[in-house]
Design a protein around this ligand. Structure first.
Ligand code: NAP
Length: 372
């Protein structure tokens, strides 16, 4: 039986991974154990009616007993443990949600509906490090796989609207605490018999600017506001989140000639689901109906939403998409700049296709590869 260790299983990505693996019966036939960085020895999750104690995620001797380690713990953990594990001679399969190893030459980025041949080539070469890619980048490729595959993408500019949970469990909790704090601040005018919108606005704005609003995780108000900066600065005025769009999309696709991707990444007060508005320069003028056909037929999870008011507002929102594997693409039309300029809007659950799902499927692909 393949011995698989799970690290980071109770965080945002890890919890979604666990739920998907249970739903797909993936634990069947695996010898699974669970690690903790904060509470080794405590009870692990229930599997098949039993709970095993959590193992110490920093103990290299314990980690190296596993055939496969799947980490959703985060980059700091990976940077600390992974090199020591490999130096200790561990040659097992490492599957990781974090960005720490993504750009290593011997690491493969996994998004199998889009790059299964790249993954198969990695396995055939004996590579043993597989990383989920940046969530927004994976969702962009899931949305636009059909256009990429048809060679229709000259470049893409993507403007993102990224959910609070993309920054982790504590940040998502903080968003709700901020919402609750704002509702408290405005409760008097909200509950008054004659609602005074200006009075509500004044109370909310005052709380947004007050130290009473909880901001430990984001550092700033997100509820009733937005944050036009995600991650740290890199060269050229980009944020690292924006930099990933170009480098990771081209690495996922193993492009011979890199296809430019750039834009601005913005955190908004959605709980789950990253949305993005694309401007796409096509390599040639093709009718919108062809574009829609290519997008819809790329893989089973993408859906084209009619560019009309009701379908857009019903199907193309985080509220509609959260918790599903659907990647709807809508608002598709040619732009005023010319017939080769296309715009589209897409929403995807960044915890599913943007994180947990490609990792879960990588484990399955590996099991098929080794026949265990
Ligand atoms: P997270 O929710 O912050 O969880 C990471 C770890 O934090 C958990 O495994 C847990 O470790 C610990 N933790 C501390 N307080 C917790 C709490 N209240 N609830 C749950 N866990 C808590 O991080 P994440 O968002 O899952 O991200 C994990 C990695 O995936 C990161 O590298 C991230 O960049 C990447 N990623 C995230 C997303 C996303 O949408 N969130 C998408 C793509 C990639 P112990 O059990 O060991 O204490």
């Amino acid at each position: 039986m393949l011995k698989v260790g799970f690290i980071g299983w109770r965080g945002m990505v890890g919890s979604v991974l666990m739920a998907r693996m249970r739903a797909e019966n993936d634990f069947e036939g695996l010898d699974s154990e669970f690690f903790s960085t904060s509470n080794p020895g405590a009870d692990g999750p229930e599997l098949g009616g039993a709970r095993r104690p959590l193992l110490d995620a920093h103990d290299i001797n314990t980690l190296r007993r596993f055939d496969v380690l799947l980490s959703c713990q985060g980059g700091a953990y990976t940077k600390d443990v992974f090199p020591r594990l490999r130096s200790a001679g561990w040659g097992g399969l490492w599957i990781d949600a974090a960005s720490a190893l993504r750009m290593n030459d011997d690491a493969v980025l996994v998004l199998d509906p889009v790059n299964r041949p790249v993954i198969e080539a990695g396995l055939a070469q004996g590579l043993n490090t597989y990383c989920g890619a940046n969530c927004t980048t994976s969702l962009m490729l899931m949305a636009l796989a059909g256009l990429y595959r048809a060679g229709l993408v000259e470049w893409i500019s993507t403007m993102t609207y990224q959910a609070a949970s993309g920054a982790g469990a504590r940040n998502m909790v903080e968003l709700v605490r901020q919402m609750s704090s704002l509702a408290d601040a405005a409760s008097e005018p909200l509950n008054a018999p004659a609602t005074d919108a200006m009075e509500i606005d004044r109370a909310v704005t005052e709380r947004l600017r007050s130290p009473d609003l909880p901001t430990n995780e984001f550092g700033h108000p997100l509820a009733a506001s937005l944050l036009p900066w995600i991650d740290r600065a890199v060269d050229g005025g980009q944020t690292r989140e924006e930099w990933k769009g170009f480098v990771e999309s081209n690495k996922i696709l193993a492009t011979e000639h890199p296809i430019p991707v750039d834009g601005q990444c913005v955190r908004v007060g959605a709980m789950r689901c990253h949305s993005q508005a694309f401007t796409i320069k096509l390599t040639r003028d093709v009718p919108v109906s062809d574009v829609e056909g290519l997008i819809a037929e790329a893989h089973p999870w993408t859906k084209v939403i009619d560019n009309r008011q009701q379908p857009s507002l019903t199907h193309l929102t985080p509220a509609a998409v959260t918790g599903t594997l659907d990647v709807p693409v809508g608002r598709i039309r040619k732009m005023k700049m010319g017939p080769e300029y296309l715009t589209a809007f897409s929403v995807g659950d960044q915890l599913l296709w943007g994180a947990a799902e490609p990792l879960r499927r990588m484990l399955t692909i590996y099991r098929e590869h080794v026949g265990r």
